[in-house]
Design a protein around this ligand. Structure first.
Ligand code: IMP
Ligand code: MG
Length: 182
């Protein structure tokens, strides 16, 4: 285990089960005629989850990317969402967008993005998150697909970072508080 990780919260095996379960739910919900499912990866934190999820989904998918920032360098959200990389496609009105996110905390990022994509004219917009911290919500928001609810602890790994580090860990772990408190 990484020396800065206090304990593993979601193991590789558990994540694999979550990914397969959500992929099956997506297959069930998006198998209808006339659907154009676009998995929209929110960079950078969702990149590992996205890669695993797209392999397990069996309905046809296209992929796309957006990059937004809400966090500074610490463990608290600024609450202001900046679009750093926008979705660049001219066929949004025919796309069933499924936003793929690593974690929901305040809820501000996803509630903003859902409104933004609807305003841009997407045919449908749903959301999927690996992790959910409902006790931290500042706006009312629920994802359509949730991997696992977790307590209010700062986690890293499987794409999630602290100060750009720890993204490559294959599990989700709780960071030792002394790593971000000094
Ligand atoms: P929200 O807008 O407050 O819901 O923030 C969601 C974003 O905050 C996620 O996409 C993450 O980038 C980041 N975030 C929230 N909690 C954590 C955490 O425990 N570890 C790492 N990043 C987090
Ligand atoms: Mg993120």
């Amino acid at each position: 285990m990484n020396k800065d990780v206090e304990r593993i919260l979601v193991s590789e095996e558990e994540i694999d089960g979550i990914v397969r379960r959500i992929a099956a739910e997506i297959d069930r919900d998006y198998s209808g005629e006339g659907k154009k499912l676009v998995l929209l990866c929110i960079l950078k934190g969702s990149v590992v989850f996205m890669g695993e999820l797209m392999k397990r989904v069996t309905v046809p998918v296209e992929i796309d990317f957006m990059k937004v920032s809400s966090y500074g360098s610490g463990t608290n959200t600024t609450g202001r969402i900046n679009i750093i990389l926008d979705i660049l496609r001219g066929d949004l009105s025919t796309c069933d967008i499924l936003i793929v996110e690593d974690i929901i905390d305040s809820g501000k990022t996803l509630s903003y993005l859902v409104d933004y994509l609807k305003l841009k004219g997407a045919k449908s917009v749903k959301t999927c998150t690996l992790l959910d911290k409902p006790s931290r919500r500042q706006v009312d928001f629920e994802a359509d697909y949730v991997g696992r609810v977790i307590p209010d602890e700062f986690v890293v790994g499987y794409g999630l970072d602290y100060d750009e580090k720890y993204r490559a860990l294959p599990y989700v772990g709780v960071l030792k508080p002394e790593v971000y408190s000094n």
